[in-house]
Design a protein around this ligand. Structure first.
Ligand code: ATP
Length: 308
């Protein structure tokens, strides 16, 4: 292995929407069984890696600087150190993260940073790891990190980390409504467990292995947003709305504004509204703006972490 002398490497990685998210029972290790479809969308994190003796990190683009840790709790920092250990790289890196994906927004921003840091450090250091090796390191960092490397549209099973590409034709237009205040993923899963406990004996135990329903995959293959709108589903939505009742109103407003359907992305609180095309998305965006919201029009699928 030879260590190259690039001055700096700039990598861009996308945020994601969970077009479908089925949550099964909880394994003994605390993780829930998942069956999900991720779609990478055109809202990106930028990570710039520069040579340094030690490891350091700066973050810009966030309203609240305390929301993102700058130490080893940061997924990008952990990614860089994991790669350095695996490659036996003797130096360090100065990472600069420019965030656009909302923090704790259910769009996998931290996972995108980790994927971008892996790709950036691999190129900066000339590590030359094959994609499969980077994928393996990514899955050790977090369930959503392999997808941020991969991009496009993919099915995640197991804990969401067993990835298989899904065929998706064409482009889907989404209007995102983000929140200033994030939602903690563990809190939302905890709320789901509590809601399920309340249902108690009325409900069957959630399964420990589950699949994405066929109609979701057929809708993606068709490229028809109307079909996909019928298949959007998120088992975490009720729990996210319990924590943040205003999200129900945002979903209602979006559909009234002309979106085909809406969903809370992942553990929320970002709301993703699927539109029939770019013009409709612009229309939905302007109606929501009049209601005082700050919507953003994005499209998917887009590629995963890439050097630019
Ligand atoms: P999840 O992948 O769990 O759905 P999310 O998309 O809701 O996460 P993120 O912004 O990825 O949320 O991060 C959630 C928490 O992880 C943050 O509140 C923060 O404390 C921590 N964190 C670690 N690394 C990062 C990072 N690079 N960017 C943002 N948050 C990070």
């Amino acid at each position: 292995m030879s260590f190259a002398a690039n001055e700096s490497v700039h990598v861009r990685a996308p945020g994601k929407i969970n077009v479908y998210l089925g949550v099964g029972g909880r394994h003994d290790d605390g993780y829930h069984a998942l069956a999900t479809v991720f779609q990478a969308v055109s809202l990106y994190e930028d990570v710039i890696a520069r040579h340094a003796d030690g490891f350091s990190l700066t973050v810009s683009g966030v309203e609240d600087p305390d929301a993102v840790p700058l130490d080893d709790r940061n997924l990008a920092m952990r990614a860089a150190k994991l790669l350095a250990a695996a490659a036996e790289y003797p130096g360090g890196v100065a990472l600069e993260i420019r965030k656009s994906v909302p923090v704790a927004g259910g769009m996998g921003g931290g996972s995108a940073d980790a994927a971008a840091a892996l790709v950036a450090c691999d190129a900066l250091w000339g590590t030359g790891f094959p994609q499969a090796r980077l994928h393996d390191l990514a899955s050790r960092l977090g369930a959503d990190v392999p997808f941020a490397l991969h991009g496009g549209t993919a099915v995640g099973t197991g804990r969401g980390d067993q990835l298989n590409p899904a065929l998706a034709r064409g482009r889907f237009d989404w209007v995102l409504v983000m929140s200033e205040q994030g939602l903690s993923t563990p809190v939302v899963y905890g709320r789901l467990d509590a809601l399920r406990d309340e249902e108690g004996a009325l409900a069957d135990d959630p399964p420990l292995s589950l699949d994405v329903p066929i109609p979701v995959l057929q809708a993606l293959r068709s490229g028809d947003p109307e079909l996909l709108a019928e298949s959007l589903h998120n088992d975490l939505q009720a729990a996210a709305v319990f924590e943040r009742p205003d999200l129900a109103e945002t979903l209602r407003l979006g559909i009234r504004a002309g979106a085909l359907h809406g969903i809370v992305s992942g553990s929320g609180p970002t709301v993703a509204l699927l539109c029939s095309g770019p013009e409709s998305a612009q229309e939905v965006q302007s109606v929501l703006r009049e209601s005082g919201l700050d919507p953003l029009h994005v499209h998917g699928p887009v590629p995963g972490a890439r050097i630019i």
